[in-house]
Design a protein around this ligand. Structure first.
Ligand SMILES: [Zn+2]
Length: 84
């Protein structure tokens, strides 16, 4: 699990330089936690709680638009690590 400082360091250089895609705002609040996306399973016909993608996010302080970034792609989570 990445620390709040690691999340802030990784996202600080990746925020949109042209502003929020929804409102054009330029102030972002980096969320200190990691989120998990949900995957719908056609076989189960419901959300598969055992699968998903870890994500970190920044939120536009003007309109609340969320920017989600894949934590594996950013090197914050080891894709080979498994919870046992
Ligand atoms: Zn916005």
């Amino acid at each position: 699990m990445p620390t709040e400082e690691e999340i802030r360091d990784v996202l600080a250089g990746r925020l949109p330089k042209r502003g929020c895609p929804a409102c054009g705002g330029t102030a972002w609040d980096i969320q200190p936690d990691m989120f998990m996306s949900s995957l719908y399973s056609p076989d189960l016909r419901k959300i598969d709680t055992g699968r998903g993608a870890p994500m970190v996010a920044a939120v536009c302080t003007n309109c609340g638009f969320f920017l989600n970034y894949g934590a594996i792609r950013l090197g914050l989570v080891d894709p080979d690590a498994r919870d046992e």
